[in-house]
Write a protein that binds this ligand. Structure first.
Ligand code: PHB
Length: 397
């Protein structure tokens, strides 16, 4: 076994882990990042693709904006559709000029891996046997076996668990410490990527008696569409023709047509709300999906991960420079405030737009949608949450 030394050990090469290593490097803090998947897998994994304005500002301010500015699609609002009518919400007008940007998570991961690799960072893919230990000391240890079969031990000042919901870090927290609050929903999303120009200029969130549908996009040539289906739905029940027919039914409004094209990818994702607190035990800090999951309606997952590591980078910089633990001590509470705001918003958007309950639910949700599309106060509340609340603050922006 080889013993090495770094300041921050990072587990996971998703957006949280990669961005954390980037932010730390900009502040002169070393890290070693390990990931059990291959680089190709990390760069291909399809996730959401909607960035809050604070996320975009942070990426730009930290040198990650070049391709995002060329290829990202800025959206100043969304459409909400129900009872066969489509309504526009103007976020720019409602929030004093804040917008969101369509830029896929996989593209951010590619940009980050490229930037970190160019900077000579220690990124280790396809590792096995990842373990974190000595978390209650000020020299926690990260152990892993590299792709060549060699065992390593990395002595750190702190370890960041950015390894997702199924990762090894959350289970390494001391027994009895974590309070877990969770809910699963009786439906999931069947998502497709299709090689066809979007049939809309901005996203359409649609409530239909058959269930929710969402028209999103990845580029001027590629559409991303979702259908509410039962949580345990078998994807084989959904040949492409059936998907397009159902999308056309749910999105139908007079004088508008859904363009169809080759489906290049399809999958069913279950939906849950999950929060594990505190997000820190000793020198182990959880960030992103390792600590919390939101249902995808409103696309908060990636933005929450970015917000977590923005706070964490500051806290770990202070720790690594020997400037005390005040920021580290404040980390969990600071993140959880935003996590719960986003959890509420995602739950609210999900329940408002999905069909699951009885006739009473149907009327309540339609009333809520009518309120949001007719009252400026209600629309403003949706808009400020959608573009990101509270607005992201950091050392960099
Ligand atoms: C996506 O483009 O994947 C997306 C967009 C908005 C959402 C969820 C997912 O609310």
């Amino acid at each position: 076994m080889t013993t090495e030394r770094t300041q921050v050990g990072i587990v996971g090469a998703g957006p949280a882990g990669l961005l954390l290593s980037h932010l730390l490097a900009l502040r002169g803090v070393d890290s070693v990042l390990v990931e059990n998947r291959s680089r190709a897998y990390c760069e291909a994994r399809q996730r959401a693709g909607l960035l809050e304005d604070g996320t975009v500002k942070l990426l730009r301010a930290t040198g990650l904006g070049a391709r995002l500015d060329r290829e990202g699609l800025e959206h100043g609002g969304i459409y909400l559709q129900f009872a066969g009518e489509r309504h526009h919400l103007d976020f720019l007008g409602l929030t004093g000029g804040r917008a969101v940007t369509i830029y896929a998570q996989t593209e951010i991961v590619k940009d980050l891996i490229e930037a970190r690799t160019a900077a000579g960072a220690a990124l280790h893919f396809e590792v096995t046997g990842t373990e974190v230990a000595d978390l209650d000391t000020d020299r926690p240890v990260l152990r892993y076996t590299d792709a060549g079969g060699h065992r390593h031990q990395v002595v750190c000042d702190a370890i960041a668990g950015c390894d997702g919901f199924h990762g090894a870090c959350r289970p390494a927290m001391p027994d009895g410490l974590l309070q877990v609050v969770e809910r699963s929903y009786p439906f999931g999303w069947l998502g497709i990527l299709a090689e066809v120009p979007p049939s809309t200029d901005e996203l359409i969130y649609c409530r239909h008696p058959n269930g929710f549908a969402l028209h999103s996009m990845r580029s001027p040539q590629v559409s991303r569409l979702y259908l509410q289906v039962p949580a345990d739905e078998d994807i084989d029940e959904w040949p492409d023709d059936r998907i397009w027919a159902e999308l056309s039914t749910r999105f139908a409004v007079p004088g508008w047509e859904l363009k169809q094209g080759p489906v290049t990818e399809k999958s069913v994702t279950p939906m849950r709300s999950f929060v594990a607190a505190p997000m820190r035990a000793g020198r182990l800090f959880l960030a992103g999906d390792a600590a919390h999951i939101v249902p995808p309606t409103g696309a908060k997952g990636l933005n929450l991960a970015v917000a977590d590591v923005t706070v964490l980078a500051d806290a770990l910089t202070e720790l690594a420079r020997g400037r005390g633990t005040a920021a580290a001590d404040a980390y969990s509470d600071a993140c959880l405030e935003r996590v719960w705001r986003a959890s509420h918003f995602s739950w609210w958007m999900t329940t408002m737009l999905h069909v699951a309950g009885d006739a009473m639910d149907e009327q309540l949700m339609q009333s809520q949608l009518r309120y949001v599309t007719t009252s400026r106060a209600a629309a403003t509340s949706l808009a400020e949450n959608y573009v990101g609340y509270p607005p992201l603050k950091s050392h960099f922006i």
